[in-house]
Ligand binder design. Structure first.
Ligand code: KIV
Length: 295
């Protein structure tokens, strides 16, 4: 069993080595590797893009085999994996660790890794060095960065190294200490106008897509119409080019978070609790292990 596991691992690795971004010759469209270019084509033909977070090998493998288009190694790992109150504490080393694990479980989906707080705001060279570490050490295929015109130089520097960049506007959780709340952003005209300008700027300098978080649906729809790159929404309504959710939230693993935009597709916390309670009771009663489960 152990040997089969290692074989599977090396097949995935070899597929990547011979050209992860190149489509395979005799497979259906669904099996084709997702690339940044393919996301643009999906937008052009009106095909919605599905995106979820993952932070580990096993979850990434499930999402990838289920057919997800994009896996985001989000800095939400700081909340749902490490139990922090915000995304701020997670480090570059920790993000690289998560992204590396996700890459080993992913064949088809495009893997995008968040740049954590404090690794790109200082200056463009620092931003480039952080992005290069992510790409070199984790083999992720793109990075995501929160912010617009204020980090323009950093984004341009990263793009100049051939690293695909996804923007993130609207509610940007790394700025929670500036905002003070996780409420809907850009309800007021001034902030909405700045968001539209930032989205156009990100498109102009070469970002391949933008996440819009928690903004009015009408505004998000307008942005998706006015830029040619894919707009992926979270709490931004249905008029955009795709949707992203945090896997732990949509699967009901993390039940302490229930914003209006979240649709729960499972109650995995309930399933896990039942399974663990059955196990405890089997251990206590001596029912587990039985003769067939022993050597
Ligand atoms: O870190 C994350 O999971 C994200 C999504 C909420 C878009 O940035």
């Amino acid at each position: 069993m152990q040997r089969i596991f290692h074989r599977t691992q090396s097949i995935i690795t070899n597929n990547r080595a011979i050209g992860a971004n190149i489509m395979s010759t005799n497979t259906t469209d669904n099996a084709r590797k997702v690339t940044t270019r393919r996301l643009t084509e999906m937008k052009q033909r009106g095909e919605k893009i599905s995106m979820l977070t993952a932070y580990d090998y096993s979850s990434a493998k499930i999402l990838d085999e289920a057919g997800i288009d994009v896996i985001l190694v989000g800095d939400s790992a700081s909340n749902v994996m490490a139990g922090n109150m915000t995304t701020l504490p997670i480090t570059l080393d920790q993000m690289i660790y998560h992204a590396k694990s996700v890459m080993k479980g992913t064949r088809r989906a495009l893997v995008v890794c968040d740049m954590p707080f404090g690794t790109y705001q200082g200056n463009p060279l620092e931003a480039l060095a952080s992005a290069v570490r992510i790409m070199k050490e984790s083999h992720a295929e793109a990075v995501k960065i929160e912010g617009g015109s204020e980090i323009r130089e950093s984004i341009e520097r990263i793009l100049s190294a051939g690293i695909p960049v996804m923007g993130h506007l609207g509610l940007t959780p790394q700025s929670i200490n500036k905002f003070g709340t996780y409420n809907v952003r850009a309800r007021e005209e001034e902030e909405a106008n700045k968001l539209i300008e930032d989205a156009k700027l990100l498109e102009e300098i070469g970002c391949f897509g933008i996440v819009l978080e928690k903004i009015p649906a009408k505004l998000a729809e307008r942005v998706a119409k006015e830029v040619s790159i894919p707009i992926i929404g979270i709490g931004a309504g249905g008029g955009v080019d795709g949707q992203v959710l945090v896997m732990h939230d949509m699967l009901g693993i993390n039940k302490g978070f229930s914003p209006r935009f979240l649709r729960r597709y499972a109650d995995l916390a309930g399933v896990m609790t039942d399974a663990v309670q059955n196990y405890i009771s089997d251990v206590k009663s001596g029912d587990f292990p039985n003769a067939e489960e022993s050597y």
